[in-house]
Design a protein around this ligand. Structure first.
Ligand code: SAM
Length: 231
């Protein structure tokens, strides 16, 4: 699996892969990360990649030419590359997308900057567009990393224990039940006594009840789906 970050600011992305689980996955050759800078493709004598918006409006918009050429070169190298644009003007990315995308062989994330990307680039090259939430970031790099992280932990071998994937929030309509580590008593605070008694069916029932409470409080929309039997 290959992830290509199409970005003007690869420094913002690189550090994320220098530690922890994703670093180990790269060392084990489970996936690799590449970078493509649209500025390297600019035909402007000052390597400009943006200009004022046609029709007026605040701020600068990323020009089509450097991105057309960068993405053409990417597609020439690998015709199977799946190109994702990060933009607030899209459906929100969810866990099912993370699982589905983990089966792709090559994903490219295209990050906008300034007021965004000339729409013709998105129309021509996007296989998908995603938003990571109802707020505006300064650029798409963080959004790309969020999606890359969520996708990559679903690739075989990335997580030490693949069971972790099946008992998480969003695997069903319920959020995950609270977790506790040792010691069992810390600064006068106990873990729930049922967790200590070793009766796994009772622990499971308690966890479901706690999951329902958490979901009711934080995500009543998801609880409604659970009650209707919708996943
Ligand atoms: N003018 C745009 C709008 O109002 O929709 C926002 C542009 S934003 C300042 C610059 C870039 O950040 C976008 O092109 C996109 O790549 C990225 N971005 C910002 N918010 C995002 C979000 N919620 N999800 C995904 N990408 C986002």
């Amino acid at each position: 699996m290959t992830f290509t970050f199409v970005t003007l600011f690869s420094n913002l992305v690189e550090g994320y892969f220098n530690d922890s689980i994703l670093k180990r996955a790269i060392e084990k050759n489970i996936f690799r990360v590449k970078y493509l800078n649209p500025r390297d493709f600019s035909l402007n004598k000052h390597s400009k990649v943006d200009d004022t918006a046609v029709g007026g409006g605040a701020g600068m918009v990323m020009n089509p030419q450097p991105l057309f050429d960068a993405l053409d070169s990417l597609k020439k190298e690998d015709e199977n590359v799946h190109i994702i644009f990060l933009t607030p003007v899209a459906k929100p990315f969810v866990q099912n997308d993370a699982k589905r995308l983990s089966n792709k062989s090559h994903i490219a994330f295209v990050s906008g900057r300034y007021e965004g990307i000339d729409e013709r680039v998105i129309e021509k090259y996007a296989d998908e567009v995603f938003s990571i939430g109802d707020y505006i970031l300064t650029g798409g790099e963080l959004a790309s990393l969020v999606i890359c992280d969520a996708v990559s932990r679903n690739i075989d071998g990335v997580l030490g224990n693949s069971d972790s994937l099946t008992i998480e929030s969003f695997e069903s309509a319920l959020l995950e039940a609270p977790s506790f580590s040792k010691p069992k008593l810390y600064e006068g605070l106990n873990v729930p006594s049922e967790y200590l008694k070793g009766n796994h069916s009772k622990i499971r029932s308690l966890k479901i009840a706690l999951s329902e409470c958490k979901t009711k409080f934080f995500r009543p929309d998801e609880l409604k789906k659970h009650c209707q039997g919708v996943k």
